[in-house]
Design a protein around this ligand. Sequence first.
Ligand code: ASP
Length: 332
Amino acid sequence: MLTLACTGAVAKHAEQPIAIAIHGGAGTIEKSRFTPEKEQAYRAKLQEAVEAGYKVLENGGDSLDAITKAINILEDSPFFNAGKGAVYTYDESHELDASIMDGRNRQAGAISGVKHVKNPINLAREVMDSSVHVMLSGEGAEEFAKKQGVELVKSDYFNTPDRYKSLLRAKEKLRQKESGTKNYQAAHQSLPVELKMGTVGAVAVDKHGNLSAGTSTGGMTAKRYGRVGDSPIIGAGTFADNQSCAVSATGHGEYFIRYNVAADICARVEYQNKSIEQAGKEVIFGPMFQSGGTGGVIIVDSQGNISMPFNTKGMYRARKSNSTPTYVGIFK
Ligand code: ASP
């Protein structure tokens, strides 16, 4: 009896691991394009975000709060394609997408095509917590933001010189290519990857073993207005379920939607008993990649394991857990 009681007590107090991983987009991110100062600035921002999220977990906070905190820091930085640093649409405006998912109960919230929401992940969270819907778009989403007291900004808040230069370069390339191919879609498809991609996201497990995932983006440079990528689509860009894992994706959204990337990774973990590392590799380097889909994901499971596979030259990323120190990476 005594032995049993003691064993029970030990098991009960076995420490639940806590862990968080973040990304700031994948693409043609090569060391030669960075000055040492620029690289240092990106690393510092990623470190700030991952550590702020980790602190929430360390203080006993839940994983939804931890990922929201980390994503807000990345959204407020002009370095990443989300919030402040969102890329331009073809007609020179900004349309932001975001989604969040709670692994405890598969509750989820998403928004697409908003133009005045400073931190789109906060609005996605409001949709999850305070509406009966999963996704709101455009004007309806902004109306809901007003009602919920989510911070709105004038659209020029999102204007940044570097993103504008990228748009002009993308448009110039589109003009050249379009005259050759006579086909907007083919021309857009062949734009250099660095002109198209970027996004931010976070995944975490908290001290109760609850998983969460969130993703926020400006989409792709020179996208058509009204275009919706994978980031606000539950299952494609974001997924979390305590039974398997939490995933946030970044990459060529059209492929990530068609290959249902985030949900596919978690399905392999749940139904095929694969590790997150194995499942992530299979999906990121599998048929999607072979058909031209580039990008990467961050994944966490309830044991605090973290995996961050990508099939591009680089992915802004960082992670921290109770058993591993902060790691920040940019290149392969
Ligand atoms: N996945 C995002 C989108 O397609 C872009 C990115 O992550 O680079 O909108």
